[in-house]
Design a protein around this ligand. Structure first.
Ligand code: ATP
Ligand code: MG
Length: 254
């Protein structure tokens, strides 16, 4: 296949120009980073698993009416998505205290929050993705109040749905990060879910043992990282036959 033009290389994915205007190809790498790129590593097979997990979750979300950028999976490591204008915010939805929330407010990890909390971080690696308020977001023009209402509404629906979906396979959805983008159709603009949903940007704990099944295993050197990602895919019923190996030739689509 002719090599497509690369648009961007991020920490976890590479973006290529898609076959039709307005589309891009997301290529999922095995590279893992944490603490804003200070810790780097490779999680073998992660790209294959995240491509599959994100596809599965985006399709499920589309089925309940959440607009997403997802078009179709192309192969083991690539998916076709609609190109959007990314809103420069990381939207974090939290159900149980963990990570930076625990540190910042002194709430022990694992404490159930009285209600789900949505946080916004400004997507800017140089600034370490700082926590921002709606005031900052609207004052600096990253999004307006309508965009924020839309993102919050979608985030809560996504949270309710994913919480139930993961609970059904014995996993607690502790928190997760979403990115949204603007999709223009003529004069009309819609806010859609973009990027990916995977154990790279969700905290997932085993329901019975509270064992971590996500990128915290890499961040905190807990070992068994590959196995944890595989176990998430296995429980969702989507582990590729024979594990997350790459296929050489073209493959049949499901
Ligand atoms: N549908 C889309 N259209 C355009 N850009 C997208 C789309 N979905 C995701 N992106 C962007 O593609 C990049 C994905 O690459 P990756 O996740 O590796 O980035 P990253 O290293 O985390 O960097 P960033 O800080 O920009 O997220 C991100 O910048 C993300 O915002
Ligand atoms: Mg990213």
């Amino acid at each position: 296949m002719a090599r497509r033009r690369q648009i961007y290389e991020g920490k976890a994915k590479v973006l290529f120009e898609g076959p039709e205007p307005g589309t891009i190809v997301q290529y999922f790498k095995d590279d893992a980073t944490a603490f804003n790129n200070k810790k780097k590593g490779v999680i073998t097979g992660k790209g294959v698993l995240n491509n599959r997990i994100s596809e599965f979750l985006m399709i499920k979300l589309a089925e309940i009416g959440i607009p997403t950028h997802f078009v179709r999976r192309l192969n083991m490591r690539e998916q076709l998505v609609r190109e959007v204008e990314i809103i420069p915010l990381e939207v974090v939805i939290r159900n149980i205290a963990a990570g930076s929330l625990s540190q910042r407010y002194g709430v022990p990890e694992g404490t159930a929050l009285p209600r789900s909390i949505i946080e916004y971080y400004y997507k800017n690696d140089e600034l370490n993705d700082p926590l921002v308020s709606e005031e900052h977001i609207t004052a600096f023009g990253w999004a307006n109040t309508h965009d924020l209402d839309e993102m919050m509404g979608l985030s809560l629906r996504i949270n309710d749905f994913l919480t139930g979906l993961f609970l059904g396979v014995g996993i607690r959805l502790i928190d997760f990060k979403l990115e949204f983008g603007r999709l223009w159709e003529g004069e009309e603009m819609r806010i859609v879910l973009a990027d990916e949903i995977s154990p790279d940007n969700c905290r997932l704990w085993d329901l019975k043992t509270n064992e971590k099944m996500d990128k915290d295993r890499f961040r905190r050197d807990l070992g068994g990282v590959e196995e944890a990602y595989q176990e998430v895919a296995r429980r969702l019923g989507i582990l590729p036959e024979g594990g997350p190996r790459d296929l050489k030739g073209p493959e049949t689509m499901q």
